[in-house]
Ligand binder design. Sequence first.
Ligand SMILES: [Zn+2]
Length: 332
Amino acid sequence: MRRLWVLALGVIPAAWLGCQGPAGGWDPQHLAPHAAALEAWPGQRLADARPYPALFRTGVALFLCRWATPATLRVSLPPDADAGERRVLERALAAWEASGLGLRFTPTDGPAELEIRFAAEPEDGRAVRSGDTVADCGWETGSALQEPGERVPAELRFASIVLQRANPDTLGRPVPLSDVELFGAALHEIGHALGFQGHVAGRRSVMTREVDQVRRTARRVWSGDAFRDPSLGALYAVPSGWVVGRRTLDPASAGRALALAERLEAADVRGPFARVGDRSARLWWAEGERPLALVALDWDAVVRGLRPLHWVPSTRAREWLLREAGEGGVAP
Ligand SMILES: [Zn+2]
């Protein structure tokens, strides 16, 4: 009881001040070496970002990943976008371009670093989010299992955004998005594609979960206000690959995960790449058409230290390892 009271005292003043603790689950003290650069972005909530994983022999490093800058990213716009939709997406890219991150975007019909597509059709009667984004961080084979120092030599390599053209109403019927609503959805999803995974707590960012707030920002920028997102600015003020924490591996899965990673390192495959989703994180290697992956479920809880880190190889990875191990090898 006494302990609860002490905890409550610790929490209440923060609530009074309208402050919220960092939502990312890692200690913002890791950003201390960049304090001076971060001062350029008052109100930033970089510590709400969900970090990427890098596997090494005794654990994982949690790190932030972004595009190398300055850079011009090639963007493929949806081939089925009409002129109006194209204009909306180009305006969203232009807003990010002018926001001070050091990135420019150039549309292309060929290979692209950033791919934007529309979902085939609104999903039937299901609450759909306005979009879905993956942003893959990559680094060089051969360095994957070395324990990183301050940074993993990693940068974003590819991102893909799928946008909905409509949102279901309360009865599940699709209602087409207005230009400004599509603009807001694109601003938010591009933010994920630029490396900010997870969401900013509160409302002071286009990376908030609150759709109404995203649309408010979208309306302001659409009508000519300058756009700057402090939390993305902060991400780009810190070197890509910056390590913000470490977690140990669950001994039950460590052997298998390391065996797979070691063989993949030695084999002629591209990787590793890391991807962070809403619930899970994955490390993967590109072999032929399909990835070989290690998946960590409940990634948020792992980052918070509430769950041991347990890597599960994908079915294809398990088959690959079995084949590689050969007859005399040890089955995973
Ligand atoms: Zn989001």
